[in-house]
Design a protein. Structure first.
Length: 308
């Protein structure tokens, strides 16, 4: 059985290298979603949210079908938003996931304002800051000014959207960012590493990009990887709307809808990163191997561990 899994993983790596994974590949139909042992609710067939009170975008990345008919294992990799506001009950829920590593992509400014992770006893945060190009600081400045003219000058007229596209390109072009993503993927591939969670502030951009990369590296069709990325809009919508309402009611922003392009994930943000990836490395496989420095044995271990 182990040999068969290794052969299948090797075949997937070869297909990646040859660019032979069809972008819109159709996997075998998935059975009706079962309830996750840790209380996860299945959403849109294979997107599995972990309901918490202090975080809204926590998910098990497993359950997706690959183009060969394999399935990404559940209970091994989790993606999340900030964990600094978890309740004691939330921490108990995380304890039930039996996490052995929690990776935080936030920069120090974010941790300072939003708080350090609240984690089960015995689990410490691994800090791997990934640049947000100053996004968090810009938000603090814009909102803190209370000046609608300044806020419009900073965020209006398509400037927020353009800034987000630049952030996504930096995920690909910045060597330090690539190193943090690569280190996390190596942790995921490590056979001795137990369940792992990674997160940023909203769990949608840095976390969303790495999740997209991981799913594609496992042979999940591009359409499914994109759906996982875009699902942050569903999970975050109510919370983000409450934030905007609070800013309007407090008088800090006359037009808090200026924040929507920064609160959402959008296909064109993701496209900005993938276009940069193809321009710099020629292909997704080139990005994995030359951009992230992942060798074939690591990619094979990744697939052998996570795809059944």
């Amino acid at each position: 059985m182990r040999r068969a899994r290794l052969l299948a993983a090797g075949a997937l790596v070869s297909a990646l290298a040859a660019g032979a994974l069809p972008a819109a590949a159709t996997a075998a139909p998935a059975p009706a979603a079962a309830r996750h042992p840790h209380g996860v609710h299945a959403v849109a067939e294979t997107i599995r949210q972990i309901p918490l009170q202090g975080a809204v975008n926590v998910r098990d990345l497993g359950g997706y079908w690959t183009y060969t008919g394999g399935q990404v294992r559940t209970g091994l990799v989790y993606r999340a938003d900030a964990l600094g506001k978890l309740t004691p009950a939330d921490v108990d829920t995380l304890a039930g996931l039996r996490l052995t590593k929690a990776v935080d992509f936030r920069i120090p400014l974010e941790v300072q304002y939003d708080g350090a992770d609240r984690l089960p006893a015995g689990l410490a945060t691994t800090s791997r800051p990934v640049s947000d190009l100053g996004l968090y600081g810009m938000l603090l400045t814009a909102i803190g000014s209370g000046d609608p003219v300044k806020q419009e000058q900073m965020l209006g007229g398509g400037r927020a959207e353009a800034f987000m596209r630049d952030v996504y390109r930096t995920f690909v072009t910045d060597p330090a960012d690539r190193a943090q993503f690569a280190a996390t993927l190596r942790d995921v591939a490590d056979g001795a590493q137990g369940p792992l969670l990674y997160h940023c502030t909203s769990g949608k951009d840095r976390t969303g990009w790495l999740s997209y990369v991981l799913l594609r590296a496992l042979g999940v069709p591009v359409s499914s990887a994109e759906r996982d990325y875009l699902a942050s809009n569903t999970f975050r919508a109510a919370y983000d709307a409450r934030v905007r309402d609070g800013l309007r009611q407090s008088g800090r922003m006359q037009n808090p809808d200026l924040l929507i392009p920064l609160q959402e994930v959008r296909q064109d943000y993701l496209d900005a990163a993938t276009s940069r990836m193809e321009a710099d490395y020629g292909s997704f496989y080139g990005y994995l191997t030359r951009g992230l420095g992942l060798d074939v044995p690591t990619l094979t271990r990744l697939q052998s561990k996570l795809v059944r």
